[in-house]
Ligand binder design. Sequence first.
Ligand SMILES: NC(=O)c1ccc[n+]([C@@H]2O[C@H](COP(=O)([O-])OP(=O)(O)OC[C@H]3O[C@@H](n4cnc5c(N)ncnc54)[C@H](O)[C@@H]3O)[C@@H](O)[C@H]2O)c1
Length: 282
Amino acid sequence: MEIKKVGVIGAGQMGAGIAQVCAAIGKEVLLCDMKEEFIQKGINTITMNLQKSVDKERINQDKMDSTLANVETTILNEDLHECDIIIEAIIENVDIKKSLFASLGEITKEDSILASNTSSIPISILAEASGRQTKVVGMHFMNPVPVMKLVEVIRAKTTCDETFDATFKLAEELGKTPVLVNDFPGFVSNRILLPMLNEAIFCVMEGVAEPEAIDTVMKLGMGHPMGPLRLADFIGLDTCLAIMQVLHRDMDDEKYRPCPLLIEMVNNGKLGNKTGEGFYKY
Ligand SMILES: NC(=O)c1ccc[n+]([C@@H]2O[C@H](COP(=O)([O-])OP(=O)(O)OC[C@H]3O[C@@H](n4cnc5c(N)ncnc54)[C@H](O)[C@@H]3O)[C@@H](O)[C@H]2O)c1
């Protein structure tokens, strides 16, 4: 199955990046969010990313213009009905994602692939909600999407070969390295990464060390390119908490208990880079 037209729902940090990389390889992209102002923010992010690449002479102005010209926008999910694949990148909330997948199952043409960029929610839950079980797959990009090579392609038990193969091929066309992962909460990436970030937050809460010191230990001692607290800010503390809650609930194991300091920071609106404050100020 050939994918020509890509719908992306959610124009936040991930959705904007996904729209950008798809447009850059010549796909027709329809970027959708709930309000014009959110879409405009996404378009501004794409424009800024591309401008940086032009400034660094990685791409020329024509490439920037043609990439932007491949992105159309809408605030109506119904406009996505002709897309060959729809990649969902909205807030990490299982009920909101389930209701979106239920409506996508009704709105989109029968052979559309419904992919989710969820960080943690089992794909089988979204597949069941859609009423289109064979067409649902996980397509988990890493942040920032234009830079990071990995895409976890998550195959639910009901995902058919055609859906999986077309999604895997799309990731390759994007210049990414797709990896097959089975359908477990948090997949591979966040099953391993998030408990480490959560533990770093426990270290802050218990006064083991200051955030800068914790990040320095992990960077210089373990060779991580970014410390866990700066990475948590970059991902978004709301997203980190949502992932820990999915792991805690679905794995039913206390080792995934979200750190109380993480919960408190999210309740106080300190979400990291996107709100200007998390473990650091931006
Ligand atoms: N942040 C990361 O590092 C990262 C990495 C991989 C995957 N993810 C996943 O990607 C998804 C998006 O994360 P993000 O960091 O881009 O979040 P974000 O907060 O930057 O953006 C979310 C966007 O979704 C929109 N939205 C929310 N509900 C919607 C709905 N019902 N219909 C249409 N649009 C809606 C919001 O307006 C917002 O623009 C989440 O599932 C997250 O877990 C995040």
